[in-house]
Design a protein around this ligand. Structure first.
Ligand code: NAD
Ligand code: GLY
Length: 361
């Protein structure tokens, strides 16, 4: 097992990464002071892992209330959030009752927001079960839900007390979901960790084959990158925005195609290719660099061509992204491979060229 720390002073918390962690009561004990917790999961993950978690909790003398949500990005809504509140209120959960998210990023983001708001805040534990959630969404405290007019538009920064990433859960993850997680892994290499990017280029086959050592290394290295960024800039007033590489375009793809139609990681991959294309048009990276980025996403089984929503539709959808400031879209782009920057002065003509070029193979 590897242990990392997200350093946020009194709100610092550990990330445990390893095999068999769902069965390790001692990792949870310190964070569950009372005899009751509420577990939020979904209809796919609960049949796979809920009983195991409940068994571990029972071995500590802890009872659990379970709230099982419908599965999918399309359910990351206010209505589904309300199901969590319904379950907590019906079962008379108190301010001291920890809320445990057992699932991927959708369950984690919604449970975190419920934890931030139920009784004005209850303790929160992340048990991520997708690669994407283990390398990104469970760490850093961004929580929230979608609005029909924009993704993740309603939310709060609310840090968990603990992240427990049991890598065994990845054995049941569908191949396309594993690939989607790799998009966020590749992101860390592109924005701030060139040696990691080079390692990924050499080891992508092992990751796709679910080689345990390779996966654990990639998860830990990703979490280390994320923890450093979050510790430096928890509320995204600076460096944290780099974690949104490909997301301005990607969120437009996700909401333009209808939530759930493209996986988040797939949209991030195609969106990152757009960001790379735009960086090249600005003269920062070369055509060879863009080709290298496309190759890596392709070798991870991810899309590199964006859907043809129409340029005006893209512009419209991107205008609603949270990364808009003072009417200008602030893009995360690449000054070079391994160095991301936030840039708000993209000439409209170049942006249009990227939007037109990247929807063709
Ligand atoms: P997801 O939560 O929808 O999970 C993907 C699918 O895998 C779902 O069908 C889920 O039920 C299933 N699943 C989960 N664990 C499984 C397992 N072990 N075995 C088999 N099936 C399993 O999607 P995701 O990719 O985990 O997360 C995407 C979400 O995360 C998006 O809503 C995105 O906005 C959010 N996100 C948040 C942050 C953040 O910082 N909070 C960062 C990145 C992404
Ligand atoms: N996934 C982006 C962030 O956590 O800031």
């Amino acid at each position: 097992m590897q242990t990392l720390t997200v350093g946020l002073g009194e709100r610092s918390y550990p990330i445990y990464i390893g095999s068999g962690l769902l069965g390790q009561a001692d990792l949870l004990r310190a964070h569950i002071p009372r005899k009751r917790v509420a577990i939020v999961s979904n209809t796919t993950v609960a049949p796979l892992y809920l009983e195991k978690l409940q068994y571990t909790l029972q071995s500590m003398g802890v009872d659990s209330v379970s709230i099982i949500l419908p599965d999918g990005e399309a359910y990351k809504t206010a209505d589904t959030l309300n199901l969590i509140y319904d379950g907590l209120l019906t079962n008379r959960c108190e301010r001291s009752t920890p809320l445990i998210a057992l699932g991927g990023g959708v369950v984690g983001d919604m449970t975190g927001y419920a934890a931030a708001t139920y009784l004005r805040g209850v303790p929160f534990i992340q048990i991520p079960t997708t690669l994407l959630a283990q390398v990104d969404s469970s760490v850093g405290g961004k929580t929230g839900i979608n609005h029909p007019l924009g993704k993740n538009m309603i939310g709060a920064f609310y840090q968990p007390q603990l992240v427990l990433a049991d890598t065994d859960t990845l054995n049941t993850l569908p191949d396309n979901e594993l690939a989607a997680g790799l998009a966020e892994v590749i992101k860390y290499g592109l924005i701030r960790d060139l040696p990691f990017l080079e390692w990924l280029e050499l080891n992508i086959e092992k990751l796709l084959a679910r080689d345990t050592a390779a996966l654990q290394y990639a998860i830990a290295r990703s979490c280390q990158n994320k923890a450093e960024v979050v510790a430096a800039d928890e509320r995204e007033s600076g460096e944290r925005a780099l974690l949104n590489l490909g997301h301005t375009f990607g969120h437009a793809i996700e909401s333009g195609m209808g939530y759930g139609s493209w996986l988040h990681g797939e949209a991030v991959a195609a969106g990152t290719v757009m960001a790379a294309d735009l960086s090249q048009r600005l003269g920062w990276i070369s055509a060879q660099d863009v080709a290298r980025i496309r190759r890596l996403f392709e070798s991870a089984g991810l899309p590199v061509v964006s859907p043809d929503l129409g340029t005006d539709k893209y512009l419209d959808l991107m205008g609603l992204d949270k990364k808009v400031e003072g009417g200008k879209i602030r893009f995360v782009l690449l000054k070079e491979i391994g160095r991301g920057v936030v840039f708000g002065d993209v000439p409209a003509a170049l942006l249009r060229q990227t939007l037109e070029a990247c929807v063709h193979a």
